[in-house]
Write a protein that binds this ligand. Sequence first.
Ligand code: SF4
Ligand code: SF4
Length: 232
Amino acid sequence: MRRICQVFRSSRQAEMYLYVDKEQGLAAVPEALLQRFGEPQAVMVLLLAPERRLARVAVGMCSPPLSSRAISCKCHPGQSTGSAGTAPMPEWWEQPLETLTQTQWEALCDGCGRCCLQKLEDEDSGELYFTRVHCRYLDAQACRCTAYTQRTRLVPDCIELRADDTTAMDWLPATCAYRLRARGQPLPSWHPLRTGDAQSVHEAGISVRGRVISDEHVHPDSYDEHIISWVK
Ligand code: SF4
Ligand code: SF4
């Protein structure tokens, strides 16, 4: 029988975790235990099945030049998304993607680093799971690619995202500015373009900073042990 298990970490006691059925959540946990547990912090989702059929999917979302209607990589080292104290840019980002300049394309990236996490796809349902395992070329503190110009040679599945590539768009996290704008949705309030502060993506708890582990330290066969629920 296949079950999805949600793991919560205790806010009160180190190394204390609750493993519950994801559908039920915390509903079946005795009140006394919840009192002792404190505020539950969701840390991971595990897929439990006699035979797991999870396939790894492409890791990154890098791009060809704008001239070919591509979306630029979020980790571009030369990207600037503003700095503390600068005024927010005019709302050019609400315009259709095709009308943006290359600089605007690149500035759309919020610098969260989520797309550089290893992902697994359930081969039966097609459901996508993000893991906390990141590509080794991601600077997990800055949330920027350290090998931008060589990325597709070094990481063959670092995708060159195109605006019309709906499959790759589906692999982007739900918070991704490219995915949101491609679907006609507004940028979130914490986006650096709206706040004028490149740090706001970190302060809002959206970036991967401090919560991830490099794929240098995790065997690919055990990626499923690192599935997370804070990126969807
Ligand atoms: S090489 Fe790795 S870190 Fe760089 S953009 Fe691709 S997936 Fe992200
Ligand atoms: S997921 Fe974040 S870092 Fe990656 S392309 Fe989208 S906005 Fe940029």
